[in-house]
Design a protein around this ligand. Structure first.
Ligand SMILES: *Cc1c(COP(=O)(O)O)cnc(C)c1O
Length: 451
């Protein structure tokens, strides 16, 4: 494929798989879409012009961005900014030129977690990709930044979303920064930390009496309504672009490891998009010759109270049967995950596994990561750490192999999860003697515990 959008006059690729119809370009041909050239159906391969579309007109399969990559080199990436925009040559929006205000997320730290590895009996190197360092403290800033750029290209003036919490923060903040309108729709039972921080950014925030799947359904109906003509729902009609933002997690892991892949990755699953896009990122780097083609396994993590993908994995099924979520890991509480079947494919193809953990284990996971590495994760991070432990215990994950786990959010947003299990050591008057007493009591109990 020789077509690229370096030249605005270029035409979209006519060689779609199976000779399926190529819709004439509308937004396609705009240099603003970078190397993206089309939307392609993940099921039947039909191609469409770039636009605010997410379902195939032929088979209703989900659409994905197709590219004609040009000039992708390590040098070009390394010369880019310390944000997701260093990977513009691999994203469906043009290089960020500095004239479009956004939150510049990404390039978060990859933390070597020796203490956690030791606590879990791992001899291989363990890393935490810590996305709590993003502007609104979750990995969702990545997907929103890409969707927001696509919304601009498509002339959509309001950005909207159906959210389990972190997306709400990310959309409201990104809109505020860019001077756009936002409409954020959430289930009414979300954590106060997520609701209030979203509200602080302004914009319209609608709490729906129902769960995330009800919220998602409402937003899908709104997409067809004339009322929302100039709205881009980042995870509905802009979903193909949004999803590509998650690839940057995978790119960063490979680049930060010194342009190579880890042997194992553990990712939390809500809709399943993040997990599938980390794999896509790895495969793109390999096929573009940026890294060596070394074997890796992708593992998925869910909370038992919302574990439809883990259940399908265990049952050996390709279809994911929807569940009604009931877990403290609300950011992962999607009972009918759109990318569940694709997550199953990735995990099975790479030889990984999917496990789920109870809410009590989630809390233990949060504490373990905080106490060993000084990283305070939200419930989703607790799910991932607890799942790592479970995968080691079951033998599915090799404790001697190099492993990266994803911490996707910040514990300050989910304080309720730990408010009953941690607290002050003692409440005292401002008196040195009381401090001495408490330290002595601590030393004594530590000694008796150790004897
Ligand atoms: C949204 C989210 C995920 C997973 O998202 P996918 O829908 O599977 O892409 C993971 N962790 C946190 C904290 C999230 O907010």
């Amino acid at each position: 494929m020789s077509t690229s959008y370096v030249t605005p006059s270029s035409t979209p690729d006519a060689g779609a798989p199976g000779g399926d119809p190529v819709v004439p370009p509308s937004a396609a041909g705009s240099p603003g879409f970078g190397p993206a050239s089309r939307l392609t159906c993940r099921e039947c391969g039909s191609s469409y012009a770039l636009g605010a579309a997410y379902a195939c007109e032929e088979c209703f399969g989900p659409l994905e961005v197709g590219y004609d990559f040009v000039d992708v080199t390590r040098e070009r990436i390394e010369a880019g900014p310390p944000s997701i925009w260093r990977y513009s040559c691999l994203l469906p929006v043009a290089a960020y030129a500095g004239d479009e205000p956004n939150l510049n997320p990404g390039f978060t730290r990859l933390v070597r977690a020796d203490n956690l590895a030791r606590a879990l009996g791992m001899t291989g190197t363990l890393w935490v990709k810590d996305d709590s360092g993003n502007p609104t403290h979750s990995f969702k800033d990545r997907v929103v930044a890409v969707a927001q750029s696509a919304a601009r290209r498509l002339g959509l003036s309001t950005i909207a979303c159906a959210s389990t919490g972190n997306l709400a923060n990310a959309v409201a903040a990104a809109a505020a920064r860019a001077g756009q309108h936002s409409v954020v729709v959430i289930p009414s039972d979300l954590e106060a930390g997520k609701v209030l921080s979203t509200a602080a950014y302004g914009g319209i925030l609608l709490a729906v009496d129902g769960n995330y799947d009800d919220v998602n359904r409402l937003c899908s109906e709104l997409v067809g309504d004339p009322l929302t003509e100039d709205w881009g729902f980042v995870n509905v009609n802009l979903r193909p672009y949004y999803a590509e933002g998650s690839k940057t997690v995978g790119y960063e892991i490979a680049e930060q490891l010194g342009w190579r892949l880890p042997q194992q990755v553990v990712a939390p699953i809500a809709s399943g998009s993040l997990l599938t896009k980390v794999d896509k990122a790895f495969r793109e780097f390999i096929s573009l010759g940026l890294i060596e083609d070394t074997a890796y396994k992708v593992f998925g993590a869910q909370a038992t109270g919302c574990s439809p993908v883990a259940q399908a994995f265990r049952a050996g099924q390709d279809v994911v049967r929807p569940v009604r979520p009931d877990t403290i890991a609300k950011s992962l509480a999607i009972g009918n995950p759109a990318d569940g079947p694709y997550a199953l494919d990735v995990v099975r193809r790479t030889g990984g596994s999917i496990e789920d953990v109870t809410d009590a284990e989630v809390v233990e996971g949060i504490r373990l990561l905080a106490e060993t590495e000084g990283i305070f994760a939200e419930t989703a991070g607790g799910v991932t750490v607890a799942t790592l432990r479970k995968l080691i215990a079951s033998g599915a994950l090799d404790p001697a192999a190099e492993t990266v786990i994803l911490n996707t959010g910040d514990g300050l947003k989910t304080l309720d999860a730990i408010s009953n299990v941690v607290g002050v050591t003692a409440t005292i008057p401002p008196d040195v003697d009381r401090v001495t007493e408490i330290l002595a009591a601590r030393a004594a109990s530590a000694a008796s515990a150790g004897s």
